[in-house]
Write a protein of this length. Structure first.
Ligand code: FES
Ligand code: FES
Lengths: 758, 156
């Protein structure tokens, strides 16, 4: 059995020994360095842009502006509003204006300085809450609104009128930077026959494929995208690599040489996507015995200068905004608006960490007002099999929330732990907090057009198997998990299976590697391919055994008669015979998600095909002398359907939780009121280190999803999503102060401690 | 200027510029790309190497300072018993995800063992605190170093 075992991941040793090749590690004869000249203004008119001098510098092979782009000057994401290079106007600090390809860093730097650029500042919009104020400029459409999503369910006015208790609160979150250790980068290589090969770090090779074809004007058939070993992504390499690849490609074509363009850390910080800052207003109603009656939620996301992924990020935030609860009457209004700041985009959780922070804090505040334990209010209201979500979706199978809750409570010994911690005296106060969350797996109704996947599976003459998929490995362990699925399907050892790197020319467009969909979607495509191949193999031996091919099972490195397992042939012998008979043993399997139904006006319908569920319990220590909050222990229970590789599942839980911890406690990226980034570097933007990371207890719950490969459903984003509210709730439990704005830095905590502010 | 140093046990000579970083000389001129650049400002430890027995960030070291020194990079460390033990335990306990930070952690772990072959969990956390990892949450990295220490001790 390969599935359910913690096999060692295929890439562990090559990575640990430094042999794995990331894009920065690639060198080619004649290769040039690519560089980008960027705006230092949050908004302004480009009144002069002259590159003649820059072009004449020794060692410089190309200097390009928007006018030199051979194809379309656009980076298509949801709309076509973002250019590859600014024309006429710049809209955020860091916006690309010109590109340089040179033989050395130094020459490229000289060329950047030699570009003659004059920008005349224009009025700016920095505070998203002022998007509709009369003195704010219009940056998008007629009203600065990129998207407006709604949920309408039941009679909201009446439901609030009937409620015994109502709370109204406002929660705010700020940017989060992905801080993948490997910055963005691409290497573009013109081919002898007029095409282009692009190598680089990315999540979505097919987005990059389309983008490179758009900006170069080359037919898609002449563009080939190869993903190199990718040093972390977390959503940060979903859409923006299309820009980086576009820049490298137009430079390479102009210079007729390979061009490697790697962003420096500060450049990456300033110009690449982030988690949307948010303001979420929550009004919740309940009966006196704690049953939720109504939710009114108003969401505002700061989208930045271009729409990019904002409409879809906001959609996920909207659908998750009421938490995993049964609520009969709901009204949600969500808007993402334009500002003169870096465009925000995808980040693990995709709009849901913001709204879950709000709802999961609000539920606790409501419980407190009613005088009810935070766990109890969740037990009363959480979604179970057969319930309807706030979008009116009836939940069928694989609803593991109750088990997550029970196990998190038991394993943390929640009630005793709380009592024990409250009993201690001293300036450091300790407490426990909880969050219950859910995650719609896959693209859902917001992205059905992308919801497809392909897998190439090829049985080799020696019986080993190679396969390739169109979703990507970015560290999560996809190549290993999918290898286990192939091995399991054929009943052969994991070691005989090998996952090839992603190459757009090898597999059909499989949509993006986002939304925790790789295991489920590529897994399903693999199973489609394997099942055809098993049919072909069975057809070789079936006549001899006098049975139909369907009556043959694969397992234990053999094929055997299902009704008489003693009648068997070894895998290798069968493959050898199949080759001799010229049977097809190489195939592309294809799968697409079942359609979901959705009504945009009412926000009602089946938002996602399946949900993952999680419960976090956090133990914190609040130093009342300094305002420093420390998370000491964390229990994280996740319903993943089936853990194909438990160690990798734990790795996702631990890593995601610590990213969530950074979001909760220390990570604050500041763009000041003039639109200038204040701390675009790792020394001033604090991600957790070994000494900040708490003791983590991953708890794996398996409530099988019948359509998922061996019951699995995706969940890789979920570990981050519920940490901030669990910590805020724990801080309240410990010190009686309510934190409604992350991150919970001492300067935010201490004044509240002093005031004893609720 | 022309400098010479011992690199993973072999003597090398290279011509370097006055403002060149040791990291770039190792990666671009000497072809040792196992040492990574994550930040370029001494914050992430992806560029960790051992120089004259000390764990240092090669992105902060001007290349000329390497003259007459003894340098070990990940490529050399993984050929030693200590390096092998760390790589093995990292692989087995699931400490590797995207891998971009991992060579730095292997080098930092090796530097720790030379000073303290029998570290406590606290010792390990402190010794690795100069290395950032965004993927793993550190649990399995710390566990991996502790397991490697135990295995090395048993072997003696
Ligand atoms: S690259 Fe040297 S410490 Fe980050
Ligand atoms: S494994 Fe990705 S940064 Fe450590």
């Amino acid at each position: 059995m390969a599935v359910g075992k913690s096999v060692v991941r295929v890439d562990a040793r090559s990575k640990a020994t430094g042999k794995a090749v990331y894009v920065a590690d690639m060198f080619m004869p004649g290769m040039l360095i690519g560089k980008v000249l960027r705006s230092e203004f949050p908004r302004g008119k480009i009144v002069r842009l002259d590159v003649k001098k820059a072009r004449s510098i020794h060692g410089v092979h190309a200097v390009l502006t928007a006018d030199d782009i051979p194809g379309k000057n656009v980076c298509h994401v949801v709309f076509e509003d973002m250019p590859l290079l600014a024309t006429g106007e710049v809209r955020y600090v860091g916006e690309p204006i010109a590109l340089i390809a040179a033989e050395t860093e130094a020459a490229a730097q000289l060329a950047i300085e030699a570009v003659e650029l004059d920008i005349e500042p224009l009025g700016i919009l920095i505070d998203p809450e002022k998007y509709n104020s009369p003195d704010s400029p219009i940056l998008f459409g007629e009203d600065n609104i990129f998207a407006h999503h709604k949920i309408r369910r039941g009679d909201i006015e009446n439901a609030f009128a009937q409620s015994d208790t109502i709370i109204e609160r406002v929660y705010r979150t700020t940017y989060q930077e992905h801080a993948y250790l490997e910055t963005q980068g691409m290497l573009a290589v013109p081919t002898a026959e007029g095409g282009i090969d692009v190598y680089g770090t990315m999540q979505c090779p097919f987005y990059v494929h389309g983008a490179v074809s758009d900006v170069t004007g080359l037919a898609q058939s002449r563009v080939r995208i190869v993903q190199t070993t990718t040093g972390g992504a977390f959503g940060g390499k979903e859409d923006v690599p299309s820009l980086v690849a576009g820049w490298a490609s137009v430079l390479a074509l102009a210079a007729k040489r390979p061009v490697k363009l790697i962003l420096g850390r500060t450049e990456d910080f300033v110009s690449m996507s982030k988690r949307h800052p948010s303001r979420v207003e929550v009004k919740l109603g309940a009966t006196k015995d704690g049953k939720l009656t109504a939710a009114g939620i108003d969401i505002l996301f700061d989208g930045g200068a271009y729409a990019t992924l904002s409409p879809v990020v906001l959609w996920r935030g909207t659908v998750h905004s009421c938490g995993p609860y049964r609520i009969p009457a709901v009204r949600v209004d969500a808007r993402a608006v334009a500002t003169n700041k870096v465009p925000c985009g995808a980040y693990r959780g995709f709009g849901s960490p913001q709204t879950l922070f709000a709802i999961e804090s609000a539920i606790d505040e409501l419980a407190e007002k009613i005088g009810m334990d935070p766990v109890r209010i969740r037990e009363i209201n959480h979604l179970r099999r057969g319930d309807e979500t706030v979008t009116g979706q009836k939940l069928g199978e694989s609803v593991g929330l109750q088990e997550c809750l029970e196990r998190a409570i038991t394993e943390s010994d929640y009630y005793n732990l709380r009592e024990k911690l409250h009993g201690r005296n001293g300036p450091v106060k300790r407490g426990v907090g909880i969050s219950t969350i859910f995650y719609g797996v896959g693209l859902g109704a917001g992205g059905t057009h992308f919801a497809r996947s392909g897998a190439y599976v090829g049985i080799q003459p020696d019986g080993s198997v190679q396969f390739a998929v169109g979703t990507t490995e970015m560290g999560q362990g996809m190549r290993t998990v999918l290898g286990q699925i192939v091995a399991e399907a054929f009943g052969i050892p994991f070691e005989r299976v090998y996952c090839l790197p992603v190459d757009s020319s090898r597999v059909p467009d499989s949509g993006p590697t986002v939304a925790s969909r790789a295991t489920t979607m590529s897994g399903r495509a693999i199973l489609v391919a394997c099942s055809t191949l098993k049919g072909n193999l069975a057809g070789v031996i079936a006549p001899e055994w006098g049975v139909s091919p369907k009556a043959i099972t694969f397992g234990e490195n053999c094929a055997f008669r299902t009704d008489n397992p003693a009648k068997r042939i070894s895998w290798n012998d069968l493959v050898e015979r199949a080759f001799a008979q010229k049977v097809v043993l190489t195939i592309v399997g294809y799968d697409s998600s079942p359609p979901t139904s959705w009504d945009e006006d009412s926000g009602q319908g089946d938002a996602y095909v399946i949900y993952a569920w999680a419960v976090n319990v956090a133990q914190v220590a609040v130093d009342t002398r300094t305002g420093v909050v420390r998370v000491e222990k964390l229990w994280a229970a996740h319903d993943v359907g089936k853990a194909i590789n438990p160690t990798l599942v734990e790795g996702q839980i631990e890593g995601g939780s610590v990213q969530g911890l950074g979001y909760a406690l220390t990570e604050e990226y500041i763009i000041d009121k003039n639109g200038i980034p204040m701390n675009p570097r790792l020394s001033f933007y604090h991600i957790p280190t070994t000494v900040d990371a708490p003791e983590i207890h991953p708890i794996i719950v398996e409530s099988a999803y019948s359509e998922g490969p061996f019951g699995a459903k995706g969940f890789g984003e979920q570990p981050l999503m519920g940490i901030a509210p669990a910590v805020a709730n724990a801080v309240f439990d410990a010190a009686g102060i309510r934190l409604r704005e992350q991150p919970f830095l001492p300067e935010r905590v201490w004044p509240k401690l002093k005031k004893g502010a609720r | 200027m022309n400098i010479g140093f011992t690199l993973n046990g072999r003597t090398v000579r290279v011509e370097v510029g006055p403002s060149e970083r040791l990291l770039d000389v190792l990666r671009e001129r000497l072809g040792l790309t196992g040492t990574k650049e994550g930040c370029g400002e001494g914050e992430c430890g992806a560029c960790s190497i051992i120089m004259n027995g000390m764990l240092v960030n090669s992105c902060l070291i001007p290349a000329f300072q390497a003259d007459n020194s003894k340098i070990e990079t990940i490529e050399g460390v993984v050929e030693t018993a200590i390096g092998k033990a760390i790589v093995d335990s990292f692989a087995e306990c699931g400490a590797v995800q995207c891998g971009f930070c991992t060579p730095g952690f292997v080098v930092a772990g090796a530097a720790l063992f030379r000073e303290n072959p029998d570290p406590t969990e606290e010792d390990v956390r402190v010794a690795l605190s100069g290395n950032l990892c965004r993927c793993t949450g550190y649990s399995k990295l710390v566990e991996g170093v502790l397991i490697a220490a135990r295995k090395l001790k048993e072997r003696k």
